[in-house]
Unconditional design. Structure first.
Lengths: 161, 270
């Protein structure tokens, strides 16, 4: 049987989507830090977005199930690591576009860890800069709540960490 | 890097003690935060406290996982089943948010919640800053990650402290009372327990309690000045030392609620 390759595993991981943000894969979120092979045994090292994220176990299972389905894979281990720590800078440019398409403003560059409260993100729906912060905290650990005064939609934005 | 089984006994003992302090602090704080659900004075604060609670409990979960990797037992058991006398959280964090419960006559004190969380978030910031230099690499890595999330908590409560300080007569009165209440026990955060010297000497937390207090005081004084608040003075010694397993009657009640569902069926798969 043909051996699976690291490239094949990375390609398969593109099919594993963030459970909360369906268009974005875990690769585009910058969550996958390393793929290693030992014959048919695959090790995927993932770095958690937020320590308290309740979706981590769902993501682990999704990675195992998807990679296991590749020809030549006997076993899959997912290890969550904190080195390197996840940062919003790890989200790929494709990931940022897909966040916007889902109505979530992508994060600004990490500037030492705080949302820049002076500069509100553009509205992902209408593109206006006439937006303001409603809440630094939101419905998930990774997002803040904004409001667009132009098109009058609330929207979420990734918290820079 | 040596694995957990290769640690010297003295090193492991001090490390485990420190991890229990970290885990129990965040679990206790997170539980009290979660009790504001549905009761916060503003819808956005309800959202904020739920998110903050999730972060704190998530941080506790990671510390309990490090303890599990060191052979202390299952992380869920450590979180839910240890009795009050085994807990290492600071007593300030186990105090209720007010009287009553969600179902029966809740009269929670928003000023106390803000003050307590601000004092704790600042302490945690100073402690995490030291922990990123920990001689135990897994802890140093986790601390670096947690620090990035905690920044938002500190910002949030510092903002509220300023808001209440400038909120007029009633806000000022309640804030003063909350500061008096919290000041009496905040000193307990800085006691690093009976193993304090070993924790420092082994490089696990490369700072003494006094050094952490000095850094905390400098930053807190600046924040109080910016808010126009009078500095209440040096923290008195806390009457109960949570780091040595001395706890109030509030902790058993907290643990009873926290562990109730888990204890119903410890073998359940969650």
């Amino acid at each position: 049987m043909a051996m699976v390759t690291v490239e094949q595993v990375w390609a398969a991981l593109q099919d594993v989507k963030d459970p909360e943000i369906p268009p974005v894969s875990v690769v585009e979120m910058g969550m996958v830090s390393r793929v290693a092979l030992d014959g048919g045994k695959v090790l995927v090292e993932a770095t958690p977005t937020f320590v308290g994220c309740p979706a981590l176990e769902i993501i682990r299972k999704a990675i195992v199930d998807r990679v296991r389905a590749e020809a030549g894979v006997e076993a899959v281990e997912v290890r969550f690591v904190f080195d390197p720590p996840w940062t919003t800078d790890r989200i790929t440019p494709a990931g940022r576009e897909k966040l916007k398409s889902f109505g979530i403003a992508p994060p600004p560059a990490y500037n030492g860890g705080l949302l820049d409260l002076e500069v509100a993100p553009r509205c992902p729906f209408c593109g206006s800069a006439d937006t303001h912060l409603e809440n630094v905290f939101g419905p998930t650990a990774c997002r803040s709540i904004f409001y667009c005064d132009a098109c009058r939609n609330p929207f979420e934005a990734m918290k820079p960490v | 890097m040596s694995g957990p089984s290769e640690l010297r006994p003295e090193y492991r003992q001090a490390l485990v003690e420190l991890l229990y302090q970290l885990a129990d602090d965040d679990l206790t704080m997170g539980h009290r935060d979660s009790e504001w659900l549905g009761l916060a004075p503003h819808i956005e604060e309800d959202v904020a406290f739920a998110s903050i609670a999730q972060d704190e409990v998530g941080h506790a979960a990671i510390y309990y996982r490090l303890l599990e990797e060191l052979g202390e037992g299952k992380a869920d058991d450590l979180a839910h089943l240890r009795p009050a006398g085994a807990r290492r959280n600071a007593v300030l964090l186990e105090r209720p948010n007010g009287t009553g419960t969600y179902l029966v006559e809740p009269h929670f004190d928003w000023a106390f919640a803000v003050v307590r969380h601000y004092l704790y978030d600042l302490f945690d910031a100073v402690r995490l800053e030291a922990l990123v230099q920990s001689s135990y690499a897994p802890l140093a890595q986790v601390a670096a990650k947690i620090r990035r999330e905690e920044r938002y908590h500190l910002l949030h409560h510092e903002t509220w402290l300023r808001r209440l300080a400038r909120g007029g007569e009633e806000a000022g009165r309640r804030l003063e009372a909350a500061l008096r209440q919290a000041w009496a026990e905040a000193g307990g955060l800085f006691d690093l327990g009976p193993q304090a010297e070993a924790i420092r000497a082994e490089g696990l937390l490369p700072a003494t309690g006094e050094e952490l207090l000095a850094r905390w005081t400098a930053r807190a004084q600046a924040a109080f000045a910016a808010a126009g608040l009078a500095w209440p003075g040096a923290l008195p010694p806390a009457p109960l030392n949570g780091r040595a397993g001395q706890h109030s009657e509030d902790l058993p009640a907290l643990l009873e609620t926290l562990s109730e569902v888990y204890r119903l069926e410890p073998a359940a798969q969650w």
